[in-house]
Ligand binder design. Structure first.
Ligand code: SF4
Length: 240
């Protein structure tokens, strides 16, 4: 992946309490702060990319469907054998749903995921000539692909900046960093698309996902190891 692993166990600096971090008041101040956030993320994760292993857009689409409510690590354990057993889109379009569900059982929600994968394979074959489509509207017509999945596939497989991937990490951290005050992923994405320059959308999503896994974790963020501490006025900063 090329991401720098962060030594997070030992605190490296005292944490600035949220109330002592100045909130930006003007557009110019917000821009300076935002650029500071981008710079730190670039320092931490200059080459962040999707952690789901894949060899082409189709494999990435399947892996992303499997990653719902499941870790990328777990998905990466399942997909090599899966694509060996079903090497082509046709193989998955013609798969038995029960057998496929059993093959992907360890990723959870396996019946729904098997139905989505078979439906996606059939749709890609019937409507898109066996190629995973390259536009948001077309991808959203594929079973199992909502905006998050479509953004992952378009951004990572095709390099098309169609939006910002909003997973649980991006959702949490966008709120902590006051880049949005929304709860709904679609509305969060709309806010991020206004705030983050489009040429950063693909990288930014993956940087924040890595940041959420390593530093700004859900229950107890590692604020004393976080280079964004001077810019962060989140109420749930960990001061200990
Ligand atoms: S770890 Fe998260 S909550 Fe803590 S300072 Fe960094 S961005 Fe803020």
């Amino acid at each position: 992946m090329g991401d720098r692993e962060i030594a997070t166990v030992t605190p490296v600096h005292p944490v600035t309490p949220p109330k002592k971090v100045p909130k930006p008041r003007t557009a110019a101040e917000r821009k300076v702060r935002l650029n500071g956030i981008f710079e730190e993320l670039d320092q931490l994760f200059p080459e962040a990319t999707c952690a789901l292993q894949h060899k082409n857009a189709w494999q990435l689409l399947v892996a992303t469907i499997l990653s719902a409510q499941c870790t990328d690590e777990r998905v990466n354990k399942v997909t090599p054998a899966l694509f060996e057993k079903y090497p082509t889109i046709e193989d998955l379009a013609n798969a038995s749903q029960d057998e496929l569900a059993n093959d992907i059982r360890s990723t959870g929600f396996f019946n729904n995921k098997a139905r989505s994968i078979i439906g996606a394979a059939q749709k890609v074959l019937s409507d898109y000539n066996g190629r995973v489509p390259r536009t948001m509207d077309e991808l959203l017509s594929v079973p199992g692909a909502a905006r998050k999945t479509a953004n992952v596939v378009l951004g990572t497989a095709y390099g098309i900046a169609s939006g910002v991937v909003v997973d649980t990490h991006v959702q949490r951290i966008s709120r902590r960093l006051d880049l949005t005050r929304q709860d709904d992923p679609v509305k969060i994405e709309q806010d991020l698309m206004k705030t983050v320059p489009q040429d950063r959308w693909i990288l930014f999503s993956h940087q924040v996902i890595h940041f959420g896994r390593q530093i700004c974790i859900a229950r107890k963020p590692r604020c004393a190891s976080c280079p964004l501490d001077p810019l962060c006025y989140a109420k749930d900063k960990t001061l200990a």
